[in-house]
Design a protein around this ligand. Structure first.
Ligand code: ADP
Length: 259
């Protein structure tokens, strides 16, 4: 498996840097001077009450929305100017699946790999291994030849997670990826994220349901009222009585208190 870290100094490089980022939709202010950096190899959960601006922030970080003020860099560039999009793996909250699209699960996962390889190159052994590993990681090996449009919402979501994993990105951003995914798939999902991080990838996971990854997270960032309300390791939350693991309801209750 390819490693992302090329030299020890890479560990200090900010993979994402958000500096005083502000954003409003028409008259609805959403982000008010949000600043943070994510370092190479960090596994961070982004949490916050519903409507606190998590998806908006993600879209700004990916260059899909321009910030009203402030500055974002991703992998050292402004996100909209990053030509090698495969370096970022993104799993949106609700991927749109064209009902009539004849694509199979494998086609979708291959597409993630194709972006990295370049369409003009034939797939090599590395590509096949990456696709197989990604399909296995989400438990879809047996369904690889099924049409995506025939699968359940949770299975489609898993195919899109596999697509992101297959390109072996340096930054993996997942927006509520496990909604509707069963416990067994959640465990596989956790293993895949841990393996990505072991490869040196930076992982940013938006989720309310962190019990599967509670022991693996380096950091929790909490948005509230448009600002970063908490930024620290899960141990600091645990010290304050918020368990992400055993008492899975702690987090939603804590977020509710901050809504
Ligand atoms: P979260 O992901 O934390 O639930 P969002 O970023 O989706 O929060 O939304 C933040 C706020 O912006 C909410 O009040 C939401 O209603 C509003 N919002 C989100 N998308 C749009 C949009 N396209 N147009 C107008 N308002 C929006």
């Amino acid at each position: 498996m390819r490693t992302v870290l090329e030299s020890p100094s890479d560990a200090d490089t900010a993979v994402i840097s958000a500096d005083a980022v502000c954003f409003s939709y028409a008259n609805t202010p959403v982000l008010d001077c949000v600043s943070f950096e994510l370092r190479r190899g960090e596994f961070t959960a982004l949490v916050g009450p519903n409507g606190s601006g998590k998806s908006t922030l993600i879209r700004i970080l990916l260059g899909l929305l321009p910030p009203a003020a402030g500055r974002v860099t991703v992998l050292g560039r402004s996100p909209e100017s990053l030509a090698e999009r495969w370096r970022i793996g993104y799993v949106p909250q609700r991927p749109t699946v064209a009902e009539l699209l004849p694509a199979t699960v494998q086609d979708v996962v291959d597409a993630g790999r194709l972006a990295r390889r370049g369409w003009w190159r034939r797939p090599g052994p590395d590509d096949r291994v990456a696709t197989d590993t990604a399909l296995d990681a989400v438990g879809l090996t047996a369904m690889r030849h099924r049409r995506l449009a025939e699968l359940s919402g949770g299975q489609q979501q898993r195919a899109y997670i596999a697509k992101a994993l297959a390109s072996e990105p340096e930054l993996l951003v997942l927006d509520e990826p496990t909604a509707g995914i069963d416990a067994d798939s959640q465990r596989r999902f956790r293993d895949a994220l841990v393996a990505s991080r072991a490869r040196g990838a930076t992982v940013l996971l938006v989720s309310h349901e962190l019990s599967a990854v509670a022991d693996d997270l380096d950091r929790v960032l909490m948005l509230r009222h448009g600002k970063v309300g908490f930024d620290g390791p899960p141990a600091d939350l645990a010290a304050g009585g918020i368990s992400l693991g055993v008492h899975a309801t702690d987090l939603p209750v804590w977020l509710e208190d901050h809504a």
